[in-house]
Design a protein around this ligand. Structure first.
Ligand code: NAP
Length: 284
């Protein structure tokens, strides 16, 4: 099974879930040595979505492909869609594409173009559409939590049904174990509970043993804040738009699909924070 983005949040979780299920993994990345260090149980392979010459060698003999869009890639035609074309030529048995909630109808997000391309291909496929990641606490919000004991966001009292990407990995492993059952399906995946950021801050405070506060801010101030942390303007804008959208309830719906597929409830945000508490430890 070829796993794209294997050193990242989703790809890493998928690779670990497949290894756990006894399915051989070829873990792809632009730096195969780094991938090999992150996933000792997998074979690592060089694949750069910006370099089509790497596609055929990485796909050779793969019976499945897990695909995710790296956040920095907006042009999906010559990258993700070209890889899907190469997968069709290589007669890969099944593709799982991890998209984003709402991408089936939202034409603005790049994932929509990948979904459309996949659906129009000769490939057998399943699309996962996850909502807001619990792992954002370790990516986008981590510096603010560690350095200033705060979460600063333009999200007002908006709530998010945080999904732990480990559950996305478990769903992908389930699909690859029985692709025929899941062929042509699109699954919206969320966590089991919608929380606002006052609740997230309280939960972090309880687990970390120090007070973390939520500081609601305006979209403009947040945009400048994110950019000042070193993110390019394009990513800062995307992050601002996503978090402002939470005010309108864009990510608060709890979907039952994950529980139905896995036969258990999704991991809670409390569980995620508990399992990863060292990520937010202060330097002292
Ligand atoms: N954050 C959320 O709440 C959320 C919710 C729903 C959906 N999503 C979607 O999830 C996706 C992000 O997933 P993630 O969090 O797993 O990302 P991530 O942790 O940033 O990982 C991205 C992966 O892509 C790899 N990559 C980067 N450039 C590459 C290239 N040119 N060729 C091949 N691989 C490359 C990276 O590894 P190397 O650079 O080492 O190769 C890394 O393994 C986005 O499409 C986002 O829209 C996010």
């Amino acid at each position: 099974m070829l796993v794209v983005g294997a050193s990242g949040n989703i790809g890493g979780s998928v690779a670990r879930a497949l290894i756990h299920a006894g399915i051989p993994v070829r873990a792809a990345g632009t730096d195969p040595a780094a991938v090999a260090r992150a996933l000792p149980g997998a074979q690592s392979v060089h694949l750069d979505l910006l370099d089509p010459t790497t596609f055929a060698p990485a796909l050779q003999g793969a019976d499945g492909l897990f695909l995710v869009r790296p956040p920095a890639i907006a042009k999906v035609g010559p990258t993700l869609n070209a890889l899907l074309d190469a997968a069709a030529r290589a007669q890969v048995g099944h593709v799982v594409f991890s998209s984003v909630t709402g991408a089936d109808t939202n034409r603005v997000v790049p994932h929509h173009r990948v979904e459309t391309h996949l659906a129009g291909s000769s490939l057998s496929w399943t699309i996962l559409r996850p909502g807001f990641f619990a792992q954002n606490l370790a990516d986008a919000y981590r510096t603010d939590i560690v350095r200033d004991d705060r979460i600063i966001l333009p999200s007002g009292q908006g709530r998010a049904a945080f999904i732990d990407v480990r559950d996305i990995g478990d769903v992908a492993a389930l699909v690859f174990a029985d692709p025929v059952t899941h062929r042509g399906a699109g699954y919206t995946l969320t966590g089991p509970q919608a929380l606002d950021f006052e609740q997230v801050a309280a939960l972090l405070s309880d687990e970390l043993g120090r007070r973390i506060r939520y500081e609601p801010t305006t979209a403009l101030r947040y945009l400048r804040h994110v950019h000042s942390q070193g993110r390019p303007w394009v990513q800062a804008v995307v992050q601002t738009v996503l978090h402002t959208g939470l005010r309108r309830g864009q990510a608060e719906r709890v979907d039952p699909t994950l529980e139905r597929l896995l036969g258990r409830s999704g991991r809670t945000l409390t569980q995620y924070v508990h399992d990863n508490r060292d990520l937010w430890a202060t330097a002292s």
